[in-house]
Design a protein around this ligand. Structure first.
Ligand SMILES: Cc1ncc(COP(=O)(O)O)c(C=O)c1O
Length: 484
């Protein structure tokens, strides 16, 4: 156990390190060099034989994370949906580690459990759920929330599933998601015992939205072949292109087919908090369940997902178990023991980072940040087009997929890959390659994912791209008007 003086020194240094990181990160490289030898060499001497001082340990780790990490909090990180952490979220995670509330039994951490239920109701209401029926649970992230959706759909459709499993079912359940949906559903299908073949990937239209006609055809065929359409998943903000499926239409089909309707709004769900973007999610209130990740667009530090449902009995039916060893101090209080609502048992107080961030920013603070990021997305589209890049996806959300229209080979995988690698290696910005559409065509992808990204950061990305284009075979670059 560390003594009082060491602890005090450690906390002082920790705050210095965090503050230094948050204030200096902008002037650093976004991405590290990927040098496994250097990392292993740094770890090689750390064999735990000789204990080191607390501050030395902290400095070692902080230094290594500075060097060997993609800095997702950097304003020029245009990456996957990993945001810059909110300051209140960082403080909340520290508090949670210190107080360490146990979110299994309600009676062990009644305040924490009630904060999470309070948030479940608040988010449920934002998505248009009727307050009397909104229910849900915090998850480690979107993957667990999607897995939860599949399990609750099974529990609802097949009352015998919980007791007797898939073998008791009279028809093989299958579920539907667009070809652009998230691959966590494949894992969920495997883990649930349905198997990956139960995932029906439905083609998309020219705007990369699930093709409603193709969906209804596939359902018809499945019924003829004896499968049971269990669930339809709409994605609100696809991972590659930020596209929103036709939620209202899919809700209608799910209702007609008596299938569970799930909306995977892991990232795009944040549009619900901005009046002018809300319409893009029209129909989400009809979802039987919703996945929403606070660790995406709400900038909570990692590990903050949310599963919401309008069926208040379904989580208990899916996960409820009774044991003699769990505390029963809250029996009769009419409260929920979190372990009966979740795949997890012992778990941390996930909701605090969301609660504290929301307390300080308010819904309006978040709306402003989301609006700003959407505007930065528009700015990026404009700047790219001015420089001879062609934007190839359509979404009101700030994910921009593009190819090079100034070059004949500007849409070729090899060229785009080289440009992406060149930008990342320069340390000036971080972007990625994605594959979109049913033909998996390659594109460059940039997402405004940090609330700290300003127009100057977007301009710096475009300049970096333009330099990379010249380096990577674009020496014959012609102006936009001369392009093919
Ligand atoms: C649409 C969508 N759903 C689900 C997930 C999985 O979320 P997580 O990484 O929090 O498990 C992601 C991750 O990016 C996503 O983009």
């Amino acid at each position: 156990m560390l003594n009082d003086q060491t602890r005090e020194e450690l906390w002082r240094r920790l705050i210095e390190v965090i503050e230094n990181y948050l204030t200096k990160i902008d002037s650093e490289r976004v991405a590290p060099e990927l040098d496994i030898e250097k990392i292993r060499a740094a770890l090689a001497g750390r064999d735990f034989a000789e204990p080191v001082g607390a501050v030395e340990a902290l400095d070692f780790v902080a230094g290594a994370m500075w060097r060997f990490q993609v800095h997702t909090g950097h304003p020029r990180y245009f990456g996957l949906f990993n945001p810059a952490s909110t300051t209140m979220g960082i403080a909340a995670d520290a508090l949670v580690a210190a107080f360490n509330p146990q979110l299994a039994a309600w009676s062990h951490s009644p305040f924490a459990a009630e904060v999470e239920q309070h948030l479940v109701r608040a988010f449920g209401q934002k998505f248009g759920y009727d307050l009397s029926g909104a229910d849900g649970v915090f998850t480690s992230g979107g993957s667990e929330a999607n897995h939860t959706a599949l399990l609750t759909a099974l529990a609802r459709a097949f009352p015998e599933f919980s007791e007797h499993g898939l073998r008791a079912l009279t028809a093989q359940p299958v579920f539907y998601i667009s070809s652009q949906g998230h691959h966590s559903f494949l894992k969920a299908a495997r883990a649930s015992g349905l198997g990956a073949a139960a995932v029906r990937e439905i083609p998309v239209d020219d705007d990369l939205r699930m093709d409603v006609g193709a969906l209804t055809d596939r359902i018809k065929r499945d019924r003829v072949e004896g499968f049971r359409p269990l669930m339809i998943v709409a994605t609100a903000g696809t991972t590659s292109a930020g596209v929103i499926d036709p939620i209202g239409d899919l809700a209608g089909i799910a209702a007609r087919e008596e299938a569970w309707f799930h909306v995977d709004a892991a990232w795009g769900g944040a549009a619900a908090f901005v009046p002018e973007l809300r319409a893009a999610l029209g129909g989400i209130e009809k979802a039987d369940s919703i996945t929403f990740d606070a660790h995406k667009w709400l900038s909570a530090p990692m590990g903050a997902g949310l599963y919401l449902t309008r069926h208040p009995e379904i989580l208990k039916r899916t996960f409820g178990v009774a044991t003699s060893y769990m505390p029963r101090d809250a029996a009769g209080l009419g409260v929920v023991d979190p372990f009966t609502y979740s795949i997890q048992w012992s778990r941390r107080f996930i909701g605090l980072k969301v609660f504290m961030s929301l307390l300080v920013a308010g819904w309006e603070g978040y709306a402003e940040a989301i609006r700003h990021q959407a505007a930065m997305g528009d700015h990026l589209r404009g700047r790219l087009q001015d420089s001879g890049w062609a934007v190839v996806n359509r979404t009101p959300l700030p994910v921009v997929c593009f190819v090079d229209r100034a070059l004949r080979e500007g849409a070729a995988a090899e060229y785009l890959g080289a440009v992406c690698k060149s930008v990342v290696a320069s340390g000036e910005a971080w972007i990625s390659i994605a594959r979109i559409g049913d033909d998996d065509r390659p594109v460059l992808r940039a997402c405004v994912t940090s609330y700290r990204t300003e127009a100057s950061d977007v301009d710096a990305l475009v300049e970096s791209l333009n330099r990379a284009r010249i380096r990577e075979g674009g020496r014959s670059v012609r102006s936009g008007s001369e392009a093919i």
